[in-house]
Design a protein around this ligand. Structure first.
Ligand SMILES: [Zn+2]
Length: 158
């Protein structure tokens, strides 16, 4: 299973789960990839995605990143637009996450690793990690949760 960060021409970012890179290419070619926010079929791979790390001992949404389709990932096969109340609930949950985590930006992988090795106090952090960095963290047994990069969320956080 391959997790790819995708973005449409309008800059909406979401995650897609594919059997392989070829599977992604095939789906894209056949016009099966659709932005879950605006329905655009002009979707490309993206290199950097927001990630979330919840420090140890925090009972919040520390979903197993290996669990397929869990947490906040959006599957491209799930092509219906989200109902308003679902968006509202998701937004509320994300606001909670944002309120209780520290934004470490591009130092995400570094901080997550330090925390994992007990070099800095465990806490909830969020920030950016590349797909490769995220994969390495998961391999090292560090819990991370992908966050959707909804324009809706950005507006509210400013
Ligand atoms: Zn879009």
């Amino acid at each position: 299973m391959k997790v790819l960060d995708l973005a449409c021409v309008h800059g909406h970012v979401f995650e897609g789960w594919f059997g392989s890179e070829a599977d992604y290419a095939a789906q894209r070619e056949r016009g099966l990839l659709e932005c879950p926010v605006c329905g655009s079929l002009d979707v490309e791979k993206r290199l950097v995605a927001p990630r979330l790390n919840l420090g140890k001992g925090q009972p919040t949404a520390a979903a197993d990143p290996a669990a397929e389709g869990s947490g906040l990932a959006i599957s491209p096969s799930q092509r219906t637009a989200w109902p308003r109340e679902v968006q509202a609930a998701l937004l509320q949950a994300l606001q909670q996450v944002v309120a209780h985590t520290e934004d470490v930006g591009g130092r995400f992988a570094e901080e997550a690793r330090k925390m994992h090795h007990g070099e800095v106090p465990a806490r909830g952090i969020r920030g950016q990690a590349s797909v490769l960095e995220a994969a390495e963290l998961v391999e090292e047994g560090i819990d991370i949760v992908p966050l959707p990069d909804l324009p809706l969320l950005k507006k509210t956080l400013q």
